[in-house]
Design a protein around this ligand. Structure first.
Ligand code: HEC
Ligand SMILES: [Cu+2]
Length: 321
């Protein structure tokens, strides 16, 4: 990773909040939310005042409130006009999100899996490559996410960038998001999908275009051959222990597709769908006893390794970039 990219990652990890909007889609949703809440507040005040008058008001006020005219205005005309205006305004505000025609500059496949995110990228030369859990995008560009599910219903939601959209088995839903500044935006599976659903999070890392391009063009190349002794030993253990039955590392005999692609796992900020911070210690811990870190996840614990072997495996995985 370049020095500039790491400074982006260190600088701003935003709070996961609809009100911390950092993309055009999210800004529209936040504005609409403020208008709806403010409007509802005014209506609430009027209703409570009317209620107060109905109980405590003079005989004349009570009679006026009970009259047919009050019902026609307050019960029919007012809601019809307010809700129609709100609907019209909402449709106008969201017109850009509703009109999806132009081809997006970048398309990323995101498949919800129990309980992580499978990613598919295509680089400028048309080569595709797999990634997982950490979604890198360029800043200031509208990105289309092709949302699918491999098993049950999940929901893709990164509040600071936009609204959520369900991932439904057998369907492809499309969502367009744009980050207006570099940063890390946390997201969450927003539809209960069983087991450790609460630990199915993700991060979108928005990089300046040039950095993103460099990252993307290195995407499909084979993983580098480990330089140091521990990592080399780790790469042998990885194949010998059968990790490759479920995981792929490009350019090696590991070609499994059941679990996350690990070709660049050493770059990720977090492991196991934003459950624990990355790093050699946590890699070793996750391999030996991932079930206590993310209970119910679909990777079996590997208690067969000595501490030195675990460390070698972790060194290998951390070197994959
Ligand atoms: C039976 C299939 C299976 C085998 C075998 C397996 N894994 Fe996994 N692994 C998974 C699944 C599924 C996940 C995703 C867990 C989650 O986050 O819910 C995972 C996650 C991981 C992660 C975290 C990846 C990320 O993107 O955060 C690492 C690292 C990992 N496995 C390493 C290993 C190593 C090392 C071995 C061999 C000792 C191994 N795995 C064997 C299925 C497997
Ligand atoms: Cu879920």
């Amino acid at each position: 990773m370049t020095a500039a990219a790491s400074s982006v990652l260190a600088a701003c990890t935003d709070r996961q909040s609809v009100m911390a909007a950092h993309g055009s889609e999210a800004e529209r949703i936040a504005l609409l939310a403020i208008i709806v809440f403010a409007g509802a507040g005014v209506v609430m005040l009027v209703v409570v005042s009317a209620l107060w008058l109905a109980v405590r008001g003079s005989a004349g006020q009570r009679a006026a409130l009970a009259g047919e005219r009050a019902i026609r205005i307050g019960g029919i005309a007012f809601p019809v006009i307010t809700l129609t205006a709100l609907l019209g305004y909402g449709l106008w505000l969201m017109r850009e999100s509703l009109a999806i025609e132009a081809r997006p500059a970048l398309r990323i496949e995101v498949t919800g899996e129990q309980w992580w995110w499978r990613l598919g990228y295509r680089d400028r030369d048309g080569n595709t490559f797999a990634e997982a859990n950490e979604i890198r995008i360029p800043v200031g560009v509208e990105v289309e996410f092709e949302l699918r599910s491999a098993d049950v219903i999940h929901s893709f939601w990164v509040p600071s960038l936009g609204g959520k959209l369900d991932m439904i088995p057998g369907r492809t839903n499309r969502l367009r998001l744009k980050a207006d500044r570099p940063g890390v935006y946390r997201g969450q599976c927003a539809e209960y999908c069983g087991g450790p659903h609460a630990l199915m999070a993700l991060e979108i890392v928005a990089l300046p275009q040039a950095e993103f391009d460099a990252w993307l063009s290195a995407g499909q190349r084979a993983a580098s051959i480990p330089a140091d002794e521990a990592a080399r030993r780790g790469s042998e253990l990885f194949l010998a222990a059968g990790c490759g039955g479920c995981h792929a590392v490009r350019g090696t005999a590991a070609e499994g597709t059941i679990g996350p692609d690990l070709s660049r796992v050493g770059e990720r900020r977090f492991l196991a769908a934003a459950t624990i911070p990355a790093g050699r210690g946590n890699l070793a811990r996750f391999i030996a006893d991932g079930q206590s870190l993310k209970p119910g996840n679909l990777m079996p614990p590997f208690r067969i390794f000595t501490p030195a072997e675990l460390d070698a495996l972790a060194a290998y995985l951390a070197s994959l970039k």
